[in-house]
Ligand binder design. Structure first.
Ligand SMILES: Cc1cc2nc3c(=O)[nH]c(=O)nc-3n(C[C@H](O)[C@H](O)[C@H](O)COP(=O)(O)OP(=O)(O)OC[C@H]3O[C@@H](n4cnc5c(N)ncnc54)[C@H](O)[C@@H]3O)c2cc1C
Length: 388
């Protein structure tokens, strides 16, 4: 049992935390003081970002406004970015991203981390010199979304050569979306290349899905290079084979990194630097710390880092935060073995897969559209239900 008010600090408004906020909007214990530290007044839903690039959604349609949700939940929103955690002193250092200055470190009794993963500029430049200066990097996604309209502007004055580096789901969806946008909204003649990093196209998917993706790439006249990017300079991507690819718009969508500010936090980290958590999404070293989504690694049940898993972690995380506050038993979260993957190939077509099963068509794209719009709408409703 505890006495007095306890402080719960939520870092980031990722997929699991928007669920925690919606739960708090329904019921927040009177003895729980909750603060949300996150850099933007909205959460960009990455699943809809390729649709934004393609021109199917506006930027606002891909966003969950956080201020109304935090207000409905009785949560204080601090606009800033975590820059370090002192898990021994139970404090978080942060830097302001809004107008209010960052003053003292934020103390906590309970901490929950859902800040997602990053593309660490220092590591990128060490592996591929010039990348941070010349590439359009997909994370943070908010920065990418702000820069995309400038690409469209350029492509309205001359055809471009564009390349996507990275052939995972995000890279492929962005490539199909970019090709669709430039073909339908800009001057004809732009060229597209996929640089796979040397791996197979859609290497994380079963062979049947890979074949479908290759067919879609061929249909759109997209060149595939099974080569790696080793560096960039203005107008050019250097490749591992020694060749140079002339390129106006190199989009970098490779695998992500753990946030560097976790180093030195005192929290147990996986080899990859992610927060190591147990079946309760609870730090294996600090029971008052929880983590979910791409920032965390399950020690007992490692699973791919994706939005689908981050969403699934929301309800158990919300439950366990409240249970930890009340001193009640925590519930284990069992991540699913297979998840439904809907890979959009530009608006109007998607490839659906679940474990070894796969199919494609316009119906799969409509299905994805309905799920994605439904996700955002759910949290708009959670905020307005309390306001109303
Ligand atoms: C273009 C694209 C398309 C994708 N499509 C899909 C898809 O269709 N399906 C799928 O399953 N996955 C998809 N993914 C992967 C998916 O985006 C991630 O797996 C997912 O976003 C992880 O969710 P999260 O909750 O961990 O973090 P995020 O969604 O990244 O949310 C992190 C939150 O923390 C905040 N934040 C970041 N840094 C800090 C900090 N230092 N301090 C405080 N707050 C911080 C951010 O502003 C944000 O609010 C896609 C990725 C990309 C790039």
């Amino acid at each position: 049992m505890h006495h007095g008010i306890r402080k719960l600090l939520l870092l980031g408004a990722g997929h699991a935390h928007v669920h925690v906020l919606a739960q708090l909007a329904q019921h927040r214990p009177a003895d729980l003081d909750v603060t949300l530290l996150t850099p933007f007044g909205y959460q960009t839903y990455s699943g809809m970002t390729p649709g934004f690039v393609a021109g199917h959604y506006t930027e606002a349609e891909c966003q969950i406004p956080l201020e109304p949700l935090a207000r409905a939940a009785g949560v204080r929103w601090v606009q800033g970015r975590c820059t370090g955690i002192d898990a021994t002193a139970r404090r978080v250092q942060w830097a302001a991203t809004g107008t209010a200055p960052a003053d003292a470190a934020l103390p906590y009794d309970l901490l929950s981390i859902d800040t997602g993963a990053v593309l660490d500029r220092r590591r990128l430049d060490a592996d591929m010199p010039g990348v941070s200066a010349h590439a359009l990097i997909v994370r943070p996604i908010e920065g990418f979304a702000k820069l995309w309209p400038q690409v469209l502007e350029m492509a309205r004055s001359r055809p471009l050569s564009a390349a996507v580096i990275g052939s995972g789901a995000a890279g492929l969806e962005l490539l199909f979306a970019a090709e669709h946008a430039l073909r339908t909204q800009c001057l004809p003649g732009s060229q597209f290349t996929l640089v796979t990093g040397g791996a197979d196209v859609a290497g994380n998917y079963p062979p049947g899905v890979q074949a479908r993706v290759l067919q879609q790439l061929k249909r759109r006249g997209i060149t595939v290079l099974r080569d790696s990017c080793t560096g960039m300079e203005a107008g050019a991507v250097q490749l591992g084979s020694g060749a140079t690819l002339a390129c106006d718009v190199p989009i970098l969508a490779i695998g992500t990194h753990a946030p560097p500010w976790l180093q030195g936090s005192g929290l147990a980290l996986a080899e990859t630097g992610h927060v190591l958590v147990n079946a309760h999404q609870q730090s294996t070293s600090h029971p008052e710390v929880f983590a979910a989504g791409d920032v965390a690694s399950r020690a007992d049940a490692p699973h791919p880092k994706s939005g689908v898993y981050a969403v699934r972690a929301g309800p158990p995380l919300a439950h366990n935060l409240m249970a930890a506050h009340h001193g009640k038993p925590l519930k284990p979260h069992h991540p699913p073995k297979h998840t439904l993957n809907l890979l959009s190939c530009g608006p109007g077509h998607a490839i659906a897969s679940y474990g070894p099963l796969h199919a494609q068509g316009a119906w799969a794209w409509r299905w994805k559209d309905r799920i994605d719009r439904g996700f955002v709408a759910k949290y708009l409703r959670a905020a307005s239900a309390q306001a109303g």
